[in-house]
Write a protein that binds this ligand. Structure first.
Ligand code: URA
Length: 434
């Protein structure tokens, strides 16, 4: 078998056999297939697709390219959550301490930004000293001790995904259903949790843009997981506008803390409760979703969810004083408001463009090796459907570089669509698939 023939087969639209996929994944792991052949194959998969069997086999093989964690020593039910990627999506930062405050055990391995979307690890690294590189032993110990941990996906877990992920990020091969499925589900299988909820984002700011595609992706992920003996619930949620108000790494830490202090934006709170109630009912902590929501509300109201976040930060060597004093987080030197040029109702936020503007400000990477600026981003003053007066502030832009600010400002000015007629926003949650 030769790598070039496998690429040619996929380019011709043929389905791969298990043997071909085994040869391919082995070559990726042991380094005999170079990056240029891997990226040619990734592009061929994007263009020609994969059938269900190929996707399931690929997922299984990727999951086995590293350690498959055994978390059974932690508890009967260990929880996990994953998002397919969004803009302003800080739900992990809220949900993980909240689940632990509700008595759950939640073990979360997270990634960095992918494409235009943000990553939890980048956000957490805004906190001084926060260590995202836990050994597997420390990761498990911490979940046993305080109920939660958020760590960076180590190379000894689903190694082939780490390789593909980095190459996909910079070769326009992110938005491809079999690649997304094998990436997410392989990691969830390898991460070892047994109650898993996926937040499948759909819309302008998501990797998949349409409801049809999101439903197809959710169904494939749920079915592939079943084939691999994992139970996953997929929630399809809207990414037609950013989640909450803050986009950018340190800015998202601030907004997450605000939610845990009981001052969260409605969309953030609603989606957190939807995902959390699935985890709490499936792990038999509560009998009904309504009870789960009441439990979560009480853990926010009595301060225990916020305390759990503090415990999590401390356990991972971070400076938890940022919870009480946001000035302890990286701060932008320029804060520039962008004002509305006409009055009306906010019909649409071009979320992809807004994310690209944040990336230009420095919140994300253009190349694998780029470092990011944790302080920059935008804070929305308006959400879709809200009334806007002439010259009213749409956003504050947080920047550290005047040239980058000028480019971002231009892009952002185009990103807000205002109409004269009242607008009803899209529902936040479209469907749950299990
Ligand atoms: N998140 C992942 O982990 N992988 C993808 O391919 C897309 C989103």
């Amino acid at each position: 078998m030769r790598a070039v023939d496998i690429i040619a087969n996929k380019r011709a639209g043929k389905a791969h056999s298990r043997e071909e996929l085994e040869f391919w994944i082995n070559g990726v792991v042991n380094g005999t297939i170079p990056d240029y052949q891997i990226t040619a194959w990734l592009m061929a998969v994007c263009l020609k697709g994969m059938n269900f069997d190929e996707t399931a086999i690929l997922t299984e093989l990727i999951a086995k390219t590293g350690t498959v964690l055994d978390l059974s020593s932690i508890a009967d039910f260990v929880l996990d959550k994953h998002s397919s990627g969004g803009v302003g999506d800080k739900i992990t930062l809220i949900l993980i301490p909240l689940m632990a405050a509700c008595g759950g055990k939640i073990a979360k391995l997270s990634g960095r930004g992918l494409g235009h979307t943000g990553g939890t690890i980048d956000k957490l690294e805004s906190i001084k000293g926060f260590n995202t590189n836990l050994t597997i032993e420390n990761f498990i110990e911490q979940v046993k001790k305080i109920g939660c941990a958020i760590a960076s996906q180590t190379s000894d877990l689903a190694y082939a995904d780490k390789k593909f992920y980095e190459l996909r990020d910079v070769t326009a091969t992110v938005d491809c259903l079999p690649l997304i499925t094998s990436s997410i589900v392989s990691k969830k299988v390898a991460s070892g949790a047994n109650v898993i909820v996926l937040d499948v984002k759909c819309g302008d700011g998501a990797i998949v843009k349409t409801k049809d595609e999101a439903e197809k992706l959710s169904t494939i992920m749920v079915e592939v997981a079943k084939r691999l003996n994992r139970s996953i619930t997929a929630v399809i949620s809207s990414m037609e506008e950013p989640l909450g108000h803050n986009i950018g790494n340190a800015l998202e830490i601030i907004e997450s803390v605000e939610v845990l202090k009981g001052r969260g934006a409605k969309d953030l709170v609603d989606l957190t409760f939807e995902l959390g109630s699935i985890l709490l009912t499936k792990s038999h902590r509560t009998e009904t979703k309504e009870e789960a929501v009441e439990l979560m509300k009480s853990k926010i109201a009595d301060g225990s969810a916020l305390n759990k976040f503090r415990e999590l930060i401390k356990a991972q060597n971070g400076d938890d004083s940022c919870i009480d004093d946001y000035k302890k987080l990286p701060k932008a030197s320029i804060i520039e408001p962008l004002k509305a040029e006409k009055a009306g109702y906010l019909k649409k936020i071009k979320t992809y463009e807004l994310a690209v503007a944040c990336k230009i400000l420095g919140a994300g990477r253009e190349k694998k090796t780029d470092s990011i600026d944790h302080a920059v981003g935008v804070v929305l003053n308006k959400k879709v459907g809200e009334k806007i007066d002439l010259e009213e502030k749409l956003v504050d832009i947080y920047a550290n570089d005047k040239e980058k600010l000028a480019i971002a400002e231009k892009m952002l000015a185009e990103a807000f669509v205002i109409t004269e007629e009242p607008v009803s926003p899209e529902p936040l949650i479209y469907k749950v698939i299990e």
